[in-house]
Design a protein around this ligand. Structure first.
Ligand code: NDP
Length: 443
């Protein structure tokens, strides 16, 4: 049995009841199986055993009071996975589906994603099963303050720097930063995704979505294709999806779908982003409202099935939202590329189907790395006490995404699997972190 297969079995046995974490471990380890067999140094140094065990896992009670005066209790998590190449870095997710398995899958992926950005950041992730949907600002603030009252002792600008994710945007980061500052009496860049007036970086809000389109452009160019005039199918209607749509439209593509957890919109004339942003960012309504306002668009209730005709598909909502059925629909419509805006949105079976059908696929750890990259740029600006212009940040982002694409395509080719960007990303990310782990001795 190969070292990778042995360790997949071992990790599953050691971490029962964590299906999302098992899925992420399988996705990474099995794609680098041959590389590990050719390089026994990693087995000799028990690198997989060490990488799969987080440096530490913090799980805590978050008690807070709602507007009616009731005491509510949620669970908080922070998994500090690996800091071999820099301080732990990764977002906080507030969503009812959050549990230790979800946070561990996100944290494990984050280690390798952060490594391929070329920036000095380690991997971590956290969050809570708190649902900000339908809560008042006062309730959200009360929750965030209680969350940080426990977490503050474990984080810091050189230790662990959290950011946003599902359910955590600038507002929540602002409340958490405020409470952190109050408890520690320091003004440091311990959070990224902050408001522009207190240390936030320009283009951070847009970075994940824009970065996704920049890497998609690189991929298409390498195949002598162009985004201009393409139909793009996007899922989700949150931070990543909205700014992916914005950049796609500005590059001349037509965005034909968007979704939320209630249903999805098909707009054959192309989504009108000003209407969508008004609904999602300002009024915070369900996506259904779009079809009531925009003529010619249609709303479908329930899970998005990727059945709309498109040239490129960008899952930008959540994990496991693109399954085998979805990929079959995309193949029927002759899709030319799939790039993941969300983390692990494609199931393992769906990934295999894409590969069997030679559909270029850029995995999340490369495709959505723009967000954490600009977060790292925010950390640099905070340390230097400077603010870069939006053009400066955007051009750095573009360059980082181009470098990531070159790195993952060259690594795939050097490892005998040209065009396998999943393998390229996993080997490149693993090698960087694993070599640092070995160099730092048995710790
Ligand atoms: P948001 O909370 O802003 O938006 C999430 C979107 O996905 C919403 O439209 C939401 O719909 C939908 N969604 C969430 N859960 C489900 C579900 N179970 N089924 C169907 N739809 C769902 O989050 P982000 O845009 O920030 O994050 C989206 C993805 O991108 C996540 O996987 C995240 O980890 C990843 N990511 C985000 C980064 C960032 O910078 N924000 C960076 C890198 C990755 P509804 O409102 O109805 O819940």
């Amino acid at each position: 049995m190969s070292y990778a297969s042995q360790q997949v079995e071992n990790i599953i046995k050691l971490n029962p009841g964590e299906p999302e974490f098992h899925q992420a471990v399988k996705e990474i380890l099995l794609s680098i199986e041959d590389f590990l067999e050719r390089n026994p140094i990693y087995k000799e140094n028990a690198v997989l055993e060490r990488l799969a065990e987080p440096d530490r896992q913090i799980k805590f009670r978050v008690a807070w009071r709602d507007d009616a005066g009731n005491i509510r209790v949620n669970r908080g998590y922070r998994v500090q996975f690996n800091n071999a190449i820099g301080p732990y870095k990764g977002g906080l997710r507030f969503h009812p589906s959050v549990n230790l398995s979800v946070i561990k899958f996100l944290g494990f992926e984050q280690i390798f994603k952060n490594a391929i950005t070329g920036l000095p950041i380690g991997g971590g992730k956290g969050g809570s099963d708190f649902d900000p949907k339908g809560k008042s600002d006062n309730e959200i603030m009360s929750f965030c303050q209680s969350f940080i009252t426990e977490l503050y002792r474990y984080i810091g600008e050189n230790t662990d720097v959290p950011a946003g994710d599902i359910g955590v945007g600038a507002k929540e980061v602002g409340y958490m930063f405020g409470q952190y500052k109050r408890l520690k009496n320091v003004f440091t860049g311990t959070f990224t995704g902050k408001g522009i007036d207190f240390g936030g970086s320009l283009v951070r809000k847009e970075a994940t979505g824009y970065g996704l389109l920049y890497i998609l452009e690189e991929l298409l160019q390498s195949k002598n294709m162009d985004l201009y005039g393409m139909k793009v199918s996007i899922s989700g209607a949150g931070n990543v999806a909205l700014y992916a749509a914005e950049k796609a439209i500005s590059l001349g593509a037509k965005v034909v779908t968007m979704s939320d957890s209630g249903g999805w919109i098909y707009d054959k004339d192309g989504i009108d982003l000003s209407i969508m942003k008004e609904i999602k960012e300002v009024k915070k309504e369900r996506i259904k409202s779009y079809a009531q306002v925009k003529k010619g668009s249609k709303y479908y209730e329930g899970r998005f099935d990727w059945s709309a005709e498109c040239n490129a598909a960008l899952p930008c909502a959540t994990q496991n939202e693109l399954d085998e059925t979805g990929v079959k629909n995309l193949i029927k419509n002759k899709v030319s590329a799939v790039a993941e805006g969300a983390n692990m949105p494609t199931t393992l079976d769906a990934m295999h189907l894409l590969r069997e059908n030679n559909i270029p696929f850029i995995p999340s750890k490369a495709a959505n790395a723009g967000g954490v990259s600009v977060s790292a740029l925010e950390m640099s600006q905070n340390s230097m006490r400077v603010n870069w212009s939006d053009t400066q940040v955007d051009s750095r982002l573009r360059e980082i995404m181009k470098n990531i694409f070159n790195l993952i395509s060259q690594t795939a080719e050097q490892n005998g699997d040209k065009g396998n960007y999943l393998k390229g990303a996993n080997i490149a990310g693993f090698k960087k972190v694993a070599d640092a782990v070995i160099a730092q001795g048995v710790v």
